[in-house]
Every structure is written in C-alpha cells, then in structure tokens.
Write a protein that binds this ligand. Structure first.
Ligand code: SF4
Length: 227
C-alpha cells in the first residue's frame, strides 16, 4: 500500500457519507479540471502527503470507533491501488464508501464488490459535460459509471454542483429528469461555494428558490446543499 497516494485524511466526518461516522481518505490525482473544484491541489498526484500504509495504521487504531472509510479525492479511481485498499478496509471490518466523478468505469466495476455506498457526481447534461470538466469526452464515461452503480443496486447518492455560469435551471431540470428516469432515488444539488476554489468563476451562487418546479419531487430523497 506504499503506492496509494493520499493527500490527506479526515479522522471523523458525519457529512461525507450521510448517516455514517466515517474517516475520509482524500486521494491525490484527478485528470478533470472542473472550475468549481474545492480540492484543486489534489488534482496533482504529487500532492500526496501520505501513503496507504499511513491510512491502514490509522484505521487499525479506529476499529470499533468508526462505521467506515470513504475514499474521496481528487478522483480515487485515478489510482489502481484504490481497489485493493477498499478490499483491505472491508476485510478489517469497516464499511467502505466511494466518492467518484465517474471517469473510470472499468475500475468502478472492479471496486464495486468491495463497496457499501457510492456518492457519484453528475456534473451536467451528458452532452454538455465537457463544459464543466474542461476535458473532452467525459460525458459518456460518467453516464456509463452511473449506469454501473445503478445496475449493481448498491446504496448511492447522485450529486450535482450548481454554479449559475455553468448550468442553467433548464440544465438542472434536464439532469433531474434523466436521473429519475434511470431510477436514481437520491439526488443532492450542491450550491457552488467559492471556498477552496481557484476563483476562476464569478462569485455567484444559487438558492433553493432557483430549483426548477417539480424536479425535486421526482426523487424519494432530495437535498439542496451548500457544497
Ligand atoms: S472531478 Fe472532482 S476532483 Fe476532479 S477536478 Fe472535478 S471536482 Fe475536482
């Protein structure tokens, strides 16, 4: 596990996996460049300050004190070693959650048997994805990843970060209808916050009253969050 590159570990969190007390491992590296990224330092693999061995030494001390561990980032599936780390954490008796942008469908298939919950980004209508990720060809990858999670039947939450310069209310309605049609039951819309970003977007945000009518009601669980 020396080869797992970790940018930071949050020892206790109640917000990164709804309903669970978990630690969060922020893995280094992400190939996408969303302008609202609040962990942009972690886009680089050389942002790592710890390894998998540090994480497992920490987990060893937390047996019985935490429900689980969340692999976040950066993009945790940008590293092949994340699959093995999830398996090992499970074998230690922890529940395992994953935050993913959906950019690595094949690796997602590999890690799914070791997961208890997935928080997956849905950043834009599929045909407008590159507007948010700034990298060509990302929409089909994210759509495939979402379908893999849904087909697995694992507990999950879809989440969409909303900056008014990147997504219109019509885009939010398009995303919401698509998710509901696919069978997503839990959706969180996260209002943009400038904290931790590179500041390349106008300092504007959105409010619950900006939600298009009738869209939140398509979901069993809907939350409008401050991101
Ligand atoms: S996918 Fe996530 S980690 Fe990567 S740039 Fe976008 S917001 Fe940041």
């Amino acid at each position: 596990m020396q080869h797992l590159l970790i940018g930071g570990i949050t020892p206790f969190s109640t917000v990164d996996w709804p309903g669970k007390l978990a630690c969060v491992a922020f893995l280094a590296g992400c190939p996408w460049r969303c302008p609202y990224c609040q962990n942009h330092q972690l886009q680089r693999f050389d942002a790592a300050t710890a390894t998998g061995e540090d994480l497992f030494a920490f987990l060893e001390q937390r047996r019985g004190l935490l429900d689980g561990v969340v692999f976040s980032g950066g993009e945790p599936l940008a590293q092949a070693a994340t699959v093995e780390a999830a398996q090992r954490a499970r074998e230690m008796g922890f529940e395992v959650g994953l935050h993913t942008c959906g950019g690595y469908p094949e690796r997602l298939r590999q890690i799914l048997p070791h997961l208890d919950w997935v928080g997956i980004d849905v950043k834009a209508p599929w045909d407008a994805y590159d507007r948010v990720t700034i990298v060509p060809g990302t929409g089909p990858l994210a759509r495939e990843s979402l379908q893999i999670v849904l087909d697995a039947g694992i507990p999950m939450e879809a989440r969409t970060t909303w900056h008014p310069a990147l997504l219109s209310p019509g885009d939010i309605a398009t995303i919401g209808r698509d998710l509901a049609t696919r069978g997503v039951r839990t959706w969180a819309v996260q209002a943009y916050r400038s904290q931790g970003t590179t500041g390349q977007l106008p300092d504007e945000t959105v409010y619950p009253s900006d939600m298009p009518e009738g869209i939140a009601e398509l979901f069993e669980t809907f939350e409008f969050r401050r991101a």
